[in-house]
Design a protein around this ligand. Sequence first.
Ligand code: F0G
Length: 458
Amino acid sequence: MPYRTIIEPFRIHSVQAIAFPTPAEREDALRRAGFNLFGLQADEVIIDLLTDSGTGSMSDRQWAAMMVGDESYAGSRSFYRLQDVVSKLTGFSELVPTHQGRAAERILFSVAVSDGDVVPNNTHFDTTRANIEYQGAEARDLVIPEGRVPATEHPFKGNMDVARLIETIEEIGTDRIPMVMVTVTNNSGGGQPVSLENLREVRAVCDEYGLPLFLDACRFAENAWFIRMREPGQEDRTPEEIAREMFSLADGCTFSAKKDGIANIGGFVALNDPEIAALCRNLLILTEGFPTYGGLAGRDLEAIATGMEEVLDEEYLRYRIRSTAYLAEKCHSAGVPTVRPPGGHAVYIDAAALLPHIPPSQYPAQALAVELYRDGGVRGVEIGSVMFGMVNEDGSETPSAMELVRLAIPRRTYTQSHIDYVGEVILSVAERKESIGGYRIVEQAPWLRHFTARFEPV
Ligand code: F0G
């Protein structure tokens, strides 16, 4: 196209009204929720960037596919359709559907991971880590050093540190490493991509040591697009060709269809090993459902199958990655520090750099997230010491390595003017940053405290 402006590659077909709570209503809501944005009712939020998971808009084709969903308990036609889509894309012969990504993780790790094992990954997402630790195993993060520094520019900040992977395997021994995982894109590390070259290197290491490689493939299509845009020699390939090569390098994957399945619910384990698949199915029947629906309705299987086809559309991916970069550029050019370069699904504001006067013990990213809501009704999520800080026995806290606010962009849901509005809110909050104070926690749960903790301004 000869024009510079990348447009949303869709027309709006059905709309949902946004609520516009007044500043006084937002203030009341904050107090009621104990300054925890998870405690807000969605109708108290103007633009909701809490997550890109399950919050996207389905297409007319997906809604139409849902109408032909086959709700048979066993042997549903919709299962075979999804299996066909997944096996054509991934090459994996076995499909175990689940109600969402963490159920896929729990089932796979229950079968394959034992007490005392170590699972290397670039960076484990919190549910992945929690499900590995629940088996008594260690989830070890081995992302390249550049992936740990927000301001460092690198095209593939999600890459695995291959030298450290080899060191880990030598240290632990292959009998205690049930699998190597790679998360594409690397959500906890800023939504950063992994290169094909890196995946090939990890594959070679796995071959040398006889270890299986699994992808956490939630955002496989966004990762494929970054490879096409940034990796030499990949610019003429379609996202589908690149995605197929990514999957061909692995032995299996876990998947949350709430991301690059553009569905509101769903997930799966897909793999080549029929014996592990059989063990997974035994557990599936116990907790999720019969192997041809796995905790989902037949119509959900249809929505996922169609979503996985649509997500690889070039116009869609160009718009998707551009709209994230667009918001990041607004921040960057106004001097608001973010994780660089922008990731695929979210903009991560570096609250430690923006609010240096708030110590980690007073949760700068929580403070910033609260202000974005207070000023503009924009809901993001704290990814810092509230989420990842470690509470020591004496009550002191070891802070998280980074203090970030993640603004995740739901797929096909908000338009450019919504994003312009979010940019304005961020800039206006940043302008009065000296006026922002920290928080203390007044109530918290013993684990996953970020969901329910209550705060008070210091
Ligand atoms: N793996 C990654 C990389 C994820 O980002 C998520 C979810 C999961 C696994 C678990 O999938 O939610 O379907 O059980 N991430 C969401 C988020 C919740 O907001 O980033 P799930």
